[in-house]
Design a protein around this ligand. Structure first.
Ligand code: NCC
Length: 277
């Protein structure tokens, strides 16, 4: 009874966090004019036909990877924040289905969220953690960055857009799953990175997720992003986000062999069978 009973798949923990986007029917938004800005559509279209998904981390070690074609071969491709494809197609591909963006990117003028072409014609899932035990009402006034103003501008400007807000409670539930995985090593009480939030958001909709250059491969080069020259290992191993714990948990879910993970930089995560969880 020992090992098998104690072992609980990490992918089940991630699924149970229930990372999701806010819907019109969710209180208090069902009673607020703001809630009518939420798209009526679901986050993903035709999920039944989705077989494979790629998540492209923004890591510097994607540079020179030549994984573009591999990435574009997936039904859904997820990217983060303002990470570009143009000029980097060979390494990161050109297809983008969804961008997970943090509230700084929605808010800070330099990203020009409401106008920049990079945020158009893709699904957007924006997040802000708010306070750990805050209500959704609190969140509307105490978000770390006021993403609501630009979200409203964007949605009014592009009514047909598919831009969603991630339920902040579900972000903190994911943090709890991470803490559960970490056991008695306590992780800092900061939200998971966009990368891990993205994984948790996508996994319920996708039988198989290839997460590219999240667990660092042997291409590790000290660069923060593939699209800039900035050197900063904290981007890979974490300083504010509990990134190292996230990556250990992701590696725990991985079903690909070492060659795939550490030479090619591809982690493969299968959606767990309901019976398993
Ligand atoms: O850097 P960032 O992340 O946009 O990267 C997106 C996701 O890719 C994974 N990543 C990135 C770099 C790296 N060397 N290794 C990686 O594994 C991570 O999973 C990361 O989440 C974020 O999570 O939203 C973050 O955003 C930036 C920044 O706000 C935006 O890029 C806009 O400039 C944060 N940096 C700062 O605030 C300075 C970063 O901490 C987290």
């Amino acid at each position: 009874d020992s090992f098998e009973e104690q072992y609980y798949p990490s992918s089940c923990l991630v699924m149970e966090a229930g990372v999701r986007v806010l819907r019109r029917k969710d209180a208090p938004f069902n009673k607020l004019p703001f809630g009518r800005l939420f798209p009526r559509q679901k986050l993903f279209r035709n999920v039944k036909s989705v077989k494979s998904c790629a998540i492209v981390s923004s890591a510097g070690s994607l540079a020179g990877s030549k994984l573009g074609r591999f990435i574009d071969n997936h039904d859904i491709v997820m990217r983060f924040n303002h990470a570009p494809t143009r000029g980097h197609e060979v390494d990161v591909g050109s297809k983008t289905t969804i961008r997970v963006v943090n509230s700084q990117v929605v808010t800070k003028p330099e990203f020009d969220f409401a106008h920049a072409p990079i945020f158009r014609n893709v699904t957007i899932a924006a997040w802000d953690p708010g306070r750990y035990n805050g209500t959704l009402e609190d969140w509307l006034t105490t978000a770390d960055y006021d993403l609501f103003t630009n979200y409203e501008i964007y949605r009014r400007r592009y009514p047909k857009s598919r831009a969603f807000l991630i339920d902040p409670h579900s972000v903190w539930r994911l943090w709890q799953s991470l803490q559960m995985f970490a056991g008695n090593r306590s992780i800092r009480r900061n939200p998971p990175s966009s990368g891990f939030i993205g994984l948790a958001l996508l996994l319920p909709h996708c039988p198989q997720v290839d997460f590219v250059e999240y667990v660092p491969s042997t291409r590790l080069n000290g660069r923060c992003h593939y699209y800039s020259k900035e050197m900063n290992s904290a981007c890979t191993f974490g300083s504010w986000h509990p990134l190292a714990a996230e990556k250990l948990m992701a590696l725990d879910m991985n079903v690909a062999d070492d060659m795939s993970v550490f030479q090619f930089g591809i982690l493969r995560i299968r959606r767990p069978d309901k019976l398993l969880c």
